[in-house]
Ligand binder design. Sequence first.
Ligand SMILES: Cc1cc2ncn([C@H]3O[C@H](COP(=O)(O)O)[C@@H](O)[C@H]3O)c2cc1C
Ligand SMILES: O=C(O)c1cccnc1
Length: 341
Amino acid sequence: MYAKASPFDSIRDLIAKMPRASEESRLAARARQAQLTKPRGSLGRLEDIVAFLAAWQGKPEPTIDRPLVAVFAGNHGVTAKGVSAYPASVTRAMVENFAAGGAAINQICGAYGIGLKVFDLALDIPTRDITEEPAMEPAAAAATFAYGMEAIAGGVDLLCLGEMGIGNTTVAAAIYHGLYGGAPADWVGRGAGVDDSGFLRKIAAVEAAVTRHRAHLADPLELMRRLGGREIAAIAGAILAARIERVPVILDGFVVCAAAAILHALDPTALDHCLAGHVSAEGAHRDVLRRLGKEPLLDLGLRLGEGSGAALAVAIAQAALACHKGMATFAEANVADKIVE
Ligand SMILES: Cc1cc2ncn([C@H]3O[C@H](COP(=O)(O)O)[C@@H](O)[C@H]3O)c2cc1C
Ligand SMILES: O=C(O)c1cccnc1
């Protein structure tokens, strides 16, 4: 099918070789849960989270010693179509704000002891306007994907993905429309708060982009390089790198899930090592999560991005793990276990 060598071949090779979860570690975590001083299953999804972490880290006693939020920032040519309430210059300004510690994500990471790394992706050179041209050349898209794989360099045991890029809710909507069909308006929300006329321009841009590239959207990686942005490609790379190194991932909102959706379209098992941190208030996110087979941990009305919803979910995972590690067993506490007839 892909007779000619393509810059995406190595990505496809990695996907074909993705490791699976350790069922042994999952079962060991479940066995301990059954002995802890609580009614069976009473910690609900907290128990599922620990079993998930155990399975993917491949250890019955998983850790969250080095959680990280990786924020990828990119600029988008489609902003020329008036699709955002804010100018593209805000992307760089926010990257500087992240460095100075002034953004929402800095405070959430600080509150929970999560590391934060920001990767800016050639902000002075926006990707091309997707309504007119492919966003990126194939080789550049593959290189950006590979760069995203650096997110886990240096040791991370729980990876949260975030993004910053004025215009990127338009790009994400185009990706969803390209992948899932429907009407352009089904995928478009207000993003950072665009007004009514901007909202109509956004729908028109999503429609124009998918119409222009329609003949080339069957391959998800080709779709990514035509309709995507650099932060989308890099986030997809980071998710795949985490899979290869067996690092569990927490996805963020509408934009991060567009990168996840590319991998999911390539292989429906590619997100098995990912949790959905939250459901964003950006309208279509709930439908996207359903398509990805993910139940969000939080529903807080967030519509920010930056990895904020993913980072908030780390607190839940930390508490889940504290219960798993710190609780006494029935035997230790001399509490009578369930009576089995
Ligand atoms: C000050 C500010 C901080 C942000 N932090 C995240 N976003 C979010 O809003 C942008 C997407 O919305 P749109 O597609 O409507 O431009 C992205 O940068 C996203 O991360 C922000 C947006 C702004 C304005
Ligand atoms: O959910 C998101 O990712 C989101 C929503 C609005 C603006 N930027 C990002």
